[in-house]
Design a protein around this ligand. Structure first.
Ligand SMILES: [Zn+2]
Ligand SMILES: [Zn+2]
Length: 556
């Protein structure tokens, strides 16, 4: 699998942290840090570039271009290997705890001899951090929370990462001469945003042995002491091996739904079932799509709708909430819009960051005007395809949006999101969001809790209160389709549906390549049973134009 810019960025970031920990040259550490950022922002895959081309890139230069070549060839670079050797492994684990950082870890190591997450937790519980300069009781409490989150999520994987690993395995096994039939199942089939393992149901041809077959798929799967793992990310893989093809439907059913869901079905109904549909029919239950089989309210949801009504990727007609080089995106507005058009979409919404988001090159009013001019020009060329003038406005600490009214009213639509000061008590978070929702210019509430899966929990909010307010103010709720976010969480979709909420499945893409991430938004939307008529970007160009206009006029 070719190495992505993101992976190179990660290795540089690790290098920077290890230099800092090992007290190496400060400037060098900073250079890696900057390169990690530059690499991530870069639009083209760096592994396809020559040394000479790499050297010329801003923030890279000769030394680092050489490292990129090393990474492309070996998956690492010499200096990183040397640093890894020098560093106690527990410290590297500590670096993986988001929100701690190399500087703090170094102090903890030097001052208190802490070299592992377990050691750090113990030190906190013994109240030993309060005496270290720069720490104190409050920091200690927040570190305890961070470590708990870390332990809970250790050895778990993002769906999106697991899916590409899973597809590699499938590619090797699907057409294998010894394999009669194979399908993925379990958490992956339920499209859980975060998973522990990849499961397959497999039926081999008579007399064939699973281990022999897997040996031929070693590019994608390895056999280790503790079982099978994917080669690249070491995700555990489990095979349910079937002996008889007659058992296929039954076993697919049993391995997909969780226990609570399976408890809804009578045991007899499984026997000799021809298909999953068959099993539901025998139980007098409408067919439940695999994603929804969680034993929650899926039967109730499906009573009033048909499985075909649930949102599909093909239903999407546009892509709103994207960034460009006007703020922190890697591609130009034109590149983004053309790419979107090339995906077969009818419209594209640009939502660069607003002025307060300095860290993300948020747009000052003059820049907004420049962007509008360019949009008008592009729209004249690209018609009937249309670029909508949007903005991702920061929700300021007070709940206000980030521009004066004379600018706000000129946008076609506004995505309002929280990006800074995200450590809030629930009460304060509710107030801040409510204020933004009540602002007549807010069209869409962006990534509601600012969570990053496996990295940090979102801030606490009263979901029902916020959903009710969105319903009362005709504010669309975003399903942020970035696989790290998937925020608002799917557990709340059915409640929101009952309040007639509209959703928007937004990739929040910062480069052309991630626009297709809308697919991951669709996965969780299906999981929560959202129907296609509740998704804003299934609207045709005319419909969404009309929607934006009526929202602005207050006549929705
Ligand atoms: Zn955002
Ligand atoms: Zn964004």
């Amino acid at each position: 699998m070719p190495i992505t810019n993101r992976q190179i960025s990660k290795l540089f970031k690790l290098g920077a942290s290890l230099l800092e920990l090992n007290d190496d040259n400060q400037f060098k550490s900073r250079a890696y840090e900057n390169a990690a950022f530059a690499v991530r922002q870069f639009g083209e895959p760096l592994v396809n570039m020559t040394d000479a081309e790499l050297e010329k890139l801003p923030g890279i230069g000769k030394t680092l271009s050489n490292k990129i070549t090393q990474i492309a060839n070996t998956g690492s670079y010499e200096e990183l290997d040397r640093l890894l050797e020098l560093t106690p492994p527990g410290l590297i684990e500590l670096l993986r705890i988001k929100g701690l950082g190399a500087k703090k870890i170094k102090t903890l190591w030097m001052e208190a001899g802490i070299t592992s997450p377990e050691g750090l937790l113990q030190a906190c519980l013994d109240n030993r951090l309060v005496d270290i300069k720069g720490f104190g009781k409050k920091t200690q409490d927040s570190i305890i929370e961070l470590i708990h989150f870390f332990f809970e999520n250790k050895n778990r994987f993002l769906y999106a990462e697991a899916e590409s690993e899973m597809n590699e395995v499938l590619k090797h096994l699907e057409n294998h001469e010894s394999v009669e039939k194979i399908a993925y199942t379990g958490e992956m089939r339920r499209k859980m945003p975060v998973i522990d393992k990849i499961e397959f149901l497999i039926l081999l041809k008579k007399g064939k042995n699973l281990e022999d077959v897997l040996k031929e798929a070693e590019e994608s799967i390895t056999v280790s002491e503790d079982g099978y793992k994917t080669t690249y990310m070491d995700i555990p893989v489990f095979f349910w091996e079937l002996m008889k093809s007659e058992d296929w439907a039954e076993q697919l059913m049993r391995t997909t739904g969780n226990e609570k869901h399976l408890a809804l079905l009578s045991k007899d109904s499984f026997q000799k079932a021809q298909s999953e549909e068959d099993i539901y029919a025998k139980n007098n239950i409408p067919y439940i799509i695999p994603e929804m089989r969680e034993g929650r309210d899926e039967v109730e949801i499906m009573q009033g709708i048909k499985a075909e009504d649930i949102i599909k990727y093909e239903d999407l007609k546009g892509c709103v909430h994207n960034h460009s080089t006007y703020s922190d995106g890697a591609n130009t507005l034109q590149e983004m819009a053309l790419y979107c058009k090339g995906m077969g979409m009818q419209y594209f919404g640009i939502c660069d960051h607003s002025q307060t988001a300095v860290y993300a090159s948020g747009m000052k009013p003059y820049k907004v005007h420049e962007q509008w001019k360019e949009i008008d020009k592009l729209n004249a060329q690209l018609a009937p395809f249309k670029i909508f003038k949007g903005i991702e406005s920061d929700i300021l600490g007070t709940g206000a949006l980030d521009y004066e009214e004379d600018i706000l009213k000129q946008f076609d639509f506004v995505v309002a999101s929280v990006h800074s000061n995200i450590k809030m008590k629930e009460e304060d978070a509710n107030k801040r969001l409510l204020k933004a929702i009540e602002n007549p210019y807010t069209t869409i509430l962006g990534h509601m809790t600012a969570r990053l899966l496996l990295q940090r929990p979102g801030f606490p909010v009263d979901h029902k209160l916020i959903i009710d307010a969105c319903a009362a103010n005709n504010v669309v709720i975003e399903i942020n389709a970035d696989p790290h976010r998937l925020d608002m969480d799917w557990h709340w979709y059915s409640y929101a549906m009952s309040k007639n909420i509209m959703f928007s499945i937004n990739p929040d893409s910062h480069e052309t390549g991630t626009m297709a991430n809308m697919y991951f938004g669709v996965c969780v939307a299906r999981k929560g049973g959202i129907t296609n008529n509740r998704v804003l970007n299934t609207f045709t160009l005319e419909q969404i134009e009309d929607y934006f206009n009526r929202k602005k006029a207050g006549t929705l």
